[in-house]
Every structure is written in structure tokens, then in C-alpha cells.
Design a binder for this molecule. Structure first.
Ligand SMILES: Cc1ncc(COP(=O)(O)O)c(C=O)c1O
Length: 396
């Protein structure tokens, strides 16, 4: 029996096509043909989870008290550890683990669910373009209307809040920001966060800050938390994730903290949708939060920084001029002028060179004209990728 198309919800027709689909199919074909594909597409760390976390997991899983249903909101110990970590890392107040913090099944789940907690049919959301696609799909699943805030190079990839029409500001329920940013790798100064907090207070908007990339950074850069802006806890919540910070994308662990009313509304959705995170994973995560910052920096210096340098040098050798990013695992670069679209450029790079990079328009219309390189492969492979591009005559 086949499930008739007409049975599918109309909601699904509203979800935009998955722009990586064609590239994914081409990648699969290339692999099937035996091409030695160099993958710098998806932002998934290629290194193992940090050792203390693995060791803590081994112990925790042997303890049968971790095997039952976990508390929906996270164990108290886990939430305490998260609140303490944020307070110490960013020099902000210690949030109350009971009422102001929740465990999440990786941040994607809660980023989706926050829209269900705050957005009704016809409400606007303010989301960055280009941006992590879940801000857009989360709005649509909730019946809302996304208002795309363009992230433009000339504005250092920060949204221009003044450009948002008054009517939209008044109808908006929720704004998403994400710094360090995916896909542009831009960073935001605390002054911009203050502007966003003041804006959201004035127009009564919930401010959601996604900090998935806070722990991948270069030199002595530290990204501010939204809570470094005055009064942020009145209007904001912040999503944190173990995925990129500790090479834990497969474990599905994160947390969200901040404004109590927002956290309670999200908890109400989540208790009806998921049943929390395996307690052993929460315990392992707690161990991760004790890893000294110097170890994280060692990883950044030893793994990501040489890759970043190799990518910047490779781009420069082919005519690009790129300011190295201060954070994230991405380099965001313009496509050469001779291509009409980012997809066309990325398809050629894959077809002719066996290299996967992401077209900017997969992250929104304002990503058109750019492509994203993920630092997910070692330096010799990166050098080989640029050698392949050079041989194929692909340059800026
Ligand atoms: C900006 C951003 N936020 C959130 C996520 C979700 O990460 P996770 O669900 O693994 O915590 C990602 C994943 O790529 C991301 O790029």
C-alpha cells in the first residue's frame, strides 16, 4: 500500500525545498564512482569526543540509576553545572537551575520548539538571512511568518534593526540571533547585543540567542553572551550545545537558559514532545563542562587554527582576499564573478574537483553569491583541495 500524497499535511508543502539535496545526490554519485571526495560541506567535527566525556560516559552507563526516564527538564545536577559554567565563562549572573534552565536534546530540538511555545498563526518572527534553517522552518511549523533580517557584508553580517518596518516590529513575537554566526562566521560586539535587547524590550519581543559555536575561536577572542547586555534576562534566552564545543554532535546534548517565563513556556512544549536526555549523557556532559578552557583552546589551536590558515592561504593563492574569522569552524567567501549562482559554483567544484562546499543560498536568499567552507578535514587534504581547484582553473 502507498500513502497517498493528499494525506500529507499542507504544512509540509510550506517547508522550503532542501537546497543541499542536489549537492548530496551529486556527492553520493561521485562516491559511487569511486571519486576521492574531500568533504568541507557540513559543520560536523571530524575528531572524537573529548576523552574525559567518553570516560565519564563509560562509568555513568554502568550505573543502573541512569537507566530510567530522566526528568523532562534535565537532572538538577546537570542544570546546576550548566548555569555555573555560563556564569563563570561569560561573567554573568548564575541563573536558577530549577526555573531558568532546561536540558535540550541538542539545541536543534529546542530551537524548533521555542517557536511552538511563542508563535501563533500569523505572528511574525525576526530571523537572520542567511541563517541556520531551523529558524525559518520552526516559524513555518508554528504557522508564523518569518521576516528575514538580511546579514550583509557591508554591515559586518549584523542585522540592521532600524530597517525593520514598524508594522513588523509590532507584530513580531520572537527574534533569533546567532553569534559567532553560521554560516557567515561573523561575530557580534556586546554593543550590538545591547541594541537588540533594548529593541526587543521596546517592542515586547522574545530574544533568542543561539551560541552553538561559542567554543570554537581563535587568538584571544571570546564571544560575549547575550547576558553581557544589561537587562537581557528580562527578554532573552540563550541556547548552548555540546555538539561543536566538545565534538559531540551525535550525543544530542545542550541546554537553554535565561528568562524564566520563556523557559517555563518552552518546558511546557517539551514535556509534551520529548522525554528528556539519557541521564548518563547528562552526567558525561557535566564532566565536559569541567574541562579547563585551556584544553578547549589547545583543540582550537592544534586542530582548527592550522586548517583555517591553510584555507585562507589556499583562497589567497587563487585570488581571494578574506579576513580570517575570529570564531566558528567556517570560512564564508564570495563566489567568483563568472558564476551566476552559488549552486552553480558548488556543483562545478564537486563535479570537477570532488570537493564538497556549501552554497550560501542554502541558508537563505541573502546567502546567494557566497559559499561556505567547513574546517572539517586535515591540512594536507585542504591543501590537496586547493591544488585540485588550481588545476581545474577555478579561481576568484
Ligand atoms: C547555528 C546552529 N545552531 C544550532 C545547531 C544545532 O546543533 P545541535 O542540535 O547539534 O546542538 C547548529 C548545527 O549545525 C547550528 O549551526
Amino acid at each position: 500500500m502507498t500513502v497517498e500524497k493528499k494525506l500529507r499535511s499542507k504544512r509540509l508543502d510550506l517547508i522550503p525545498p532542501y537546497l543541499f539535496a542536489k549537492l548530496d545526490a551529486k556527492k553520493a554519485e561521485a562516491l559511487a564512482r569511486g571519486v576521492d571526495v574531500i568533504n568541507m560541506g557540513i559543520g560536523d567535527p571530524d575528531k572524537a569526543t573529548m576523552r574525559p566525556v567518553i570516560d565519564a560516559m563509560r562509568e555513568a552507563i554502568e550505573d543502573s540509576s541512569t537507566h530510567d526516564y530522566p526528568p523532562y527538564t534535565g537532572t538538577l545536577d546537570y542544570r546546576k553545572a550548566c548555569c555555573k559554567w555560563v556564569s563563570e565563562r561569560f561573567g554573568v549572573k548564575e541563573f536558577d537551575p530549577v526555573s531558568e534552565c532546561l536540558s535540550t536534546v541538542g539545541s536543534k530540538e529546542s530551537i524548533h520548539n521555542i517557536f511552538l511555545a511563542f508563535v501563533d498563526a500569523g505572528d511574525y518572527t525576526l530571523i537572520p538571512d542567511p541563517g541556520y534553517p531551523v529558524y525559518n522552518t520552526g516559524t513555518i511549523f508554528a504557522g508564523g511568518i518569518p521576516y528575514k533580517m538580511p546579514l550583509l557584508a557591508e554591515n559586518n553580517f549584523l542585522p540592521d534593526l532600524e530597517a525593520i518596518p514598524l508594522e513588523i516590529r509590532e507584530k513580531a513575537k520572537l527574534m533569533f540571533l546567532n553569534y559567532p554566526n553560521n554560516p557567515t562566521s561573523a561575530i557580534a560586539p556586546v554593543e550590538f547585543f545591547q541594541e537588540a535587547v533594548d529593541f526587543c524590550k521596546k517592542y515586547n519581543i522574545l530574544l533568542c540567542h543561539d551560541m552553538a559555536y561559542s567554543e570554537i575561536y581563535f587568538d584571544d577572542y571570546t564571544s560575549p553572551s547575550i547576558f553581557n547586555a544589561k537587562g537581557a534576562e528580562d527578554v532573552a534566552i540563550e541556547f548552548h550545545s555540546f555538539s561543536k564545543s566538545y565534538n559531540m554532535t551525535g550525543w544530542r546534548l545542550g541546554w537553554v537558559l535565561g528568562n524564566k517565563d520563556a523557559i517555563q513556556a518552552l518546558a511546557q512544549v517539551k514535556t509534551n514532545v520529548d522525554s528528556g536526555v539519557f541521564k548518563a549523557i547528562q552526567r558525561a556532559g557535566q564532566r565536559g563542562l569541567q574541562i579547563p578552557q585551556s584544553e578547549i583552546e589547545k583543540r582550537n589551536n592544534e586542530v582548527y587554527e592550522p586548517r583555517l590558515k591553510a584555507i585562507i592561504a589556499g583562497l589567497e593563492s587563487l585570488g581571494w582576499s578574506i579576513n580570517p574569522p575570529k570564531a566558528t569552524m567556517f570560512v564564508w567567501a564570495p563566489i567568483p564573478r563568472s558564476y551566476s549562482s552559488a549552486s552553480e559554483f558548488c556543483e562545478r567544484v564537486l563535479d570537477e574537483c570532488g570537493i564538497v562546499v556549501s552554497p550560501g543560498n542554502a541558508f537563505g536568499n541573502y546567502g546567494e553569491g557566497f559559499f561556505r567552507i567547513a574546517m572539517t578535514t586535515d591540512v594536507p587534504r585542504i591543501q590537496e583541495a586547493f591544488e585540485r581547484l588550481r588545476k581545474a582553473g577555478i579561481k576568484f
